[in-house]
Design a protein around this ligand. Structure first.
Ligand SMILES: Cc1cc2nc3c(=O)[nH]c(=O)nc-3n(C[C@H](O)[C@H](O)[C@H](O)COP(=O)(O)OP(=O)(O)OC[C@H]3O[C@@H](n4cnc5c(N)ncnc54)[C@H](O)[C@@H]3O)c2cc1C
Length: 536
């Protein structure tokens, strides 16, 4: 197409750069700094439309001719299209056959005209104006789309920064409040983190969510951060300590963009750093190559997101309570207070993105089931790169062999420990031993080379507190839209905040604006805080 239209070639290049890993399901491609969004849904149209949740301004029913789109008159399909329309939604199609016109009319469209358009045929134009009140299916989004107004985001970590950026891009005036003296002072102060897709034989929700999240994070990294300094899409090798590869059995070719069995080169490179036969021989545990993986610095990502026009951040502000007030604003608004009861800010929308502390903040209004999981990492400067693998390796812990620390020195990082129900981010000497033990198991040769640094205390440590939900999936969206309108959460990013944050920010904003969702509706609904109400 672009070859015939050279004026489109620059746009085709932009599209081509993101046109990869398109497995069945939803894919969100981002252009113009997030101002142009393309949601590609791959699969059977009828099924996919049920998984969407938006109100279209206009619809184009594609399919060049009847033979190429024989299903288009299926009443169920046209009903599914109508479900995505509001009164006044316009529709156009080059399929102007009588059966299409009849089908559309039955679904509530008024066909206004059909215009001959050589050489394609006739252009049909219609508008959605049913004689009945259109029924809205229960959806991820709010009953009626919100107009941008004021928003408070509590927390300037990955979750808060991502929500702030997504909302500000849609016109909200966002105030981010954080108790720390600067952005990314909590778990998002991790010096550098790993991005790798989750894999599972049944391609579970977590696996699909992690791929959508990775795509979203890399899009921001590539457009707003500095390659090789802030991030690197190096690929990640995952050592498996059982005999399963973990991949779905019938993994389509597009899946190889994400994850595949490690090839001889990748296994050989890690063999050198592990000095163990089991990554190289035939009858031993398999390793996976996550081609779409890499490392990224969370703080840089947070700063880039908070720099979005329309976001203002205030630091050193610890919020103790929240209250909904209907007197301050006709539609009601949320006020936040410090420990002395002093009102700090008010807004029509309040997003809790305060990690584990979101539960305490919400507690007088709603029950958020969150758990604190403390963790520690160790890092040091690289003295001899020959003992290190050429790319990050995960499995039993994770090792990042080469990133530049704040002083510009090439450094390595090994993580991480897990300690449930501890919400204190203090560094522990015992954790250093745990981390060294993990390194010995993951990469024995590298551990041998770094032992002297561990023994002589030449390494540095950092600890933080993760926030997890009972099913290890994030919590995103309204807490209870009927009883607590305007109160949302974005938290429980667990050990994958770098994969989830940007996607969750977009999901929260898409739901508020009745835009197409970046992930399947069922997946989005499984991230709502209310999922636990049903289970309880
Ligand atoms: C050891 C360790 C290793 C990790 N490794 C990885 C990795 O390799 N890859 C990966 O993707 N993820 C990793 N993670 C997870 C990742 O760091 C988190 O998922 C992510 O940082 C969570 O971001 P957040 O914004 O939800 O929370 P936070 O970054 O903790 O932000 C919450 C913010 O809320 C503020 N706040 C809390 N209460 C209040 C209040 N009352 N008033 C005002 N402000 C408040 C805090 O000050 C804080 O800044 C790791 C985490 C740890 C601990």
């Amino acid at each position: 197409m672009a070859a015939k239209h050279p004026e489109l070639s620059a746009l085709a290049v932009q599209l081509g750069e993101q046109w990869h890993g398109l497995l069945p399901g939803f894919h969100r491609l981002v252009f113009e700094g997030g101002h142009v969004l393309l949601t590609l849904c791959i699969g059977e149209v009828k099924v996919l439309l049920k998984e969407q949740s938006f109100e279209a301004d206009s619809v184009y029913l594609a399919g060049v001719n009847w033979l190429q789109a024989p299903d288009i008159c299926d009443p169920h399909l046209l009903t599914a299209v109508a479900r995505c329309c509001r009164r006044g939604t316009r529709l156009a199609s080059m399929m102007a056959s009588k059966s299409v016109v009849d089908g559309l009319t039955q679904c509530g469209f008024e066909v206004s005209e059909t215009t001959p358009m050589a050489p394609q045929g006739e252009l049909l134009q219609a508008s959605f104006n049913p004689r009945w009140e259109p029924k809205k299916s229960s959806a991820f989004n709010l009953p009626k789309p919100r107009s941008p107004a004021r928003c408070i985001v509590l927390g300037a970590g990955l979750a808060g920064a991502a929500c702030a950026a997504s909302l500000a891009r849609r016109g909200w005036q966002v105030t981010v409040l954080d108790a720390h003296a600067a952005a990314a002072g909590g778990a998002s102060a991790l010096p550098v983190g790993l991005l790798a897709p989750h894999v599972s034989p049944d391609d579970s929700m977590l696996s699909r969510l992690s791929r959508s999240g990775l795509r979203a994070t890399w899009q921001v990294a590539k457009s707003q951060l500095e390659a090789a300094v802030d991030w690197q899409a190096s690929g990640v090798l995952q050592r498996r300590f059982d005999t399963s590869a973990g991949l779905p059995k019938h993994w389509p070719e597009a899946g190889e963009h994400w994850s595949r069995l490690a090839g001889p080169d990748e296994r050989q490179a890690v063999k050198a750093a592990s000095s163990s036969a089991d990554t190289g021989s035939e009858n031993v545990t398999p390793a996976l190559w996550h081609a779409a993986g890499g490392w990224i610095k969370p703080q840089r990502l947070v700063h880039a997101l908070l720099a979005t026009p329309g976001v203002n951040a205030r630091y050193g502000v610890k919020i103790a309570s929240l209250k909904r007030s209907s007197s301050a604003h006709p539609d009601g608004c949320w006020q936040v207070f410090d420990a002395d009861g002093k009102a700090i800010a008010e807004a029509e929308l309040l997003v809790l993105a305060a990690g584990f502390e979101s539960a305490g903040l919400a507690s007088t209004h709603a029950h958020l089931r969150l758990q604190a999981v403390r963790g520690q990492v160790t890092w040091g400067e690289v003295n001899d790169a020959r003992a290190l693998p050429p790319f990050p390796v995960n499995g039993h812990g994770s090792f990042i062999p080469a990133f530049l620390n704040d002083a510009g020195q090439p450094s390595w990082l090994m993580g991480a420990t897990f300690e449930r129900d501890n919400f204190r981010a203090d560094v522990k000497v015992t954790d250093q031993l745990d981390i060294f033990g993990r390194l010995q198991q993951l990469l024995p040769h590298t551990a041998g080379a770094l032992k002297a640094s561990f023994d002589a205390d030449l390494t540095r440590a950092w600890a933080g507190v993760r926030c997890v939900s009972p099913d290890r999936l994030p919590i995103v969206g309204p807490l209870d839209d009927a009883a607590l309108p305007g109160l949302h959460a974005c938290t429980a990013l667990g050990s994958r905040g770098l994969s989830f944050a940007v996607l969750c920010g977009e999901l929260l904003a898409a739901g508020l604006h009745a835009e197409p969702l970046p992930i399947e509706k069922r997946l989005a609904q499984s991230l709502l805080a209310s999922r636990y109400h049903i289970a309880e």
